[in-house]
Design a protein. Sequence first.
Length: 379
Amino acid sequence: MDALVNGKILLDGGLIGGQALLLARGRIHGLVDGGRLPPDARPIDLEGGLLVPGFIDLQVNGGGGMLLNDAPEPATIARIGEAHRRYGTTGFLPTLITTGRATMARAIAAVRDAMDRGVPGVLGIHLEGPHINPARKGVHNEAEIRQFGPDDAALLTSLRRGRTLLTVAPECVPAAAIAALAREAVVFAGHTDATLAQVRAGLAAGISGFTHLFNAMSQLSAREPGAVGAALTSDAACGVIVDGHHVHPASLRLAYAARPRGLFLVTDAMPPVGTAMAGFALCGEWIEVRDGRCTTADGRLAGSALDMAAAVRNAVELVGIPLEEALAMASTRPAEVLGERERGRIAPGMHADLVLLDEALRVRATWIAGEAVWGGACP
């Protein structure tokens, strides 16, 4: 049994000090007074750091120099997870953007295989497309965007373990199909040019969230609120990319004021995370990485070079979100999106997925299932 001592621990009721967190068999065993450890406990000194729930990222295209679309294999997924855990990510959805059916099948099989092999942190898959609106395609390959057909549901829901998150444009997928998909997966609206009425019809059918709010969707205007207006006036979860590039901090402040418990952090990360890459190829285009921005030759954003720890810092420093709320947006909220009842919080019985932060909110150590997988706590 490990005992994490001499730190501040974030519980549901707030930060506490003077307690030790006990870990056993990959779970949180309980809390005890820091001076009264069980005789079989191995103390691990947190040196005054902040111990918080592990970050859960529901939109991870790549990292460590790898992109899931390029090499949909278990080794790719393992490399991506390894790159992100140094930034506190203990659970993630490898994300495949719009591509052909054969590549989709390979990616789903790779995620299933990775989970079977116990690759740390893999919680399922996010299929972002192909049933999206070409008018809001972003950098997705328009040639691979296609209408929803009778054979698509079986492929989209074929993972059969973990959780599947699907991003669709509600105006491009029939309501009956959305309802059927929502019985097997988490369905989000994204890359959509839908009207308020069309989005609300999708929500009624089973859509439960929005992919990267504000980006690649119909905007809020005076007489047509669009997807953004629908999101801000709904109870659905909204992923946000808080990198200082995708969404202006003022817009994020408005969203937070409207939906203080409805936002959660995602990275939309690309291969540069965890590397010093200056660029990479995506859907046949060269993407330049400069000053934290990933852009095409004509200046369009193409995912991000963001990590979850930086997203938390940005939420606090750029947007003004209270620290405990920003941390919940990186852990508790995305766990709730997936229906994960045993992750995203520090409490007895939960998975021991944890992050140790310093005063500057930079990651000092990461644990997955009670095992130190990065940083100073590693053996």
